[in-house]
Design a protein around this ligand. Sequence first.
Ligand SMILES: Cc1cc2nc3c(=O)[nH]c(=O)nc-3n(C[C@H](O)[C@H](O)[C@H](O)COP(=O)(O)O)c2cc1C
Length: 207
Amino acid sequence: MSFLSNLSWRYATKNFDTTRKVSDTDLEQILEAIRMTPTSFGLQPYHFYVVSNTDILARIGVAAYNQPQLTTASHVIVFVARTDFDNNNEEYFNLMSGGNAEVRAHMKWFEDMVTGFGQSKNADEYLTWASKQAYIAHGFGLAACAELQIDSCGMEGFDPVAIAEILSLPNSQKALVLLPIGYRSEWEAPRGAKVRFSKDDLFTVIK
Ligand SMILES: Cc1cc2nc3c(=O)[nH]c(=O)nc-3n(C[C@H](O)[C@H](O)[C@H](O)COP(=O)(O)O)c2cc1C
């Protein structure tokens, strides 16, 4: 199957088959696709919690208004935005330079630019920016699942304050969106044809 037909095969699965679990090998591939997400400046201002503990998933389910995905999925990936810019920035430039002060000095112009960008934003603006990056990762996760013919459902219908408490998130992390993954329940019929605006509606081609 091609990538496009897999995108057509996938749908927002509400009920997963509780007897089937995503293998470690497949999970690793999904996580690797998420890790490979491109971000603005490459800063990766996010973190991901991969939850398979049934007690914790039951609590997340309540925080998600009892939507059945949470208690039937094999795993749930919680996409979290990081707002600790200074730490994130330091980790990033340390990684990029391999901890070598000379190498880091050579890229000072870039570090200064990124630092200036981060410091120019207030907390709300920064969270908005970090959230956009995390949503790109969510898209990569959705696409990776489709490519592996693993079912999933993007989910932002939950109380982020409750999720923060359940996962003991530090103040510098905010839960944005979930990705339950698994295998569609046998009895769940996918909705009919995809409801998507036409190419003409969506694309203005400027030659
Ligand atoms: C960011 C995001 C958040 C979503 N939140 C929920 C949700 O909380 N509950 C739910 O049942 N579906 C949720 N969905 C699923 C969408 O309703 C679904 O993807 C959309 O209707 C398109 O249908 P399809 O995914 O089956 O093609 C969400 C999807 C995305 C991408």
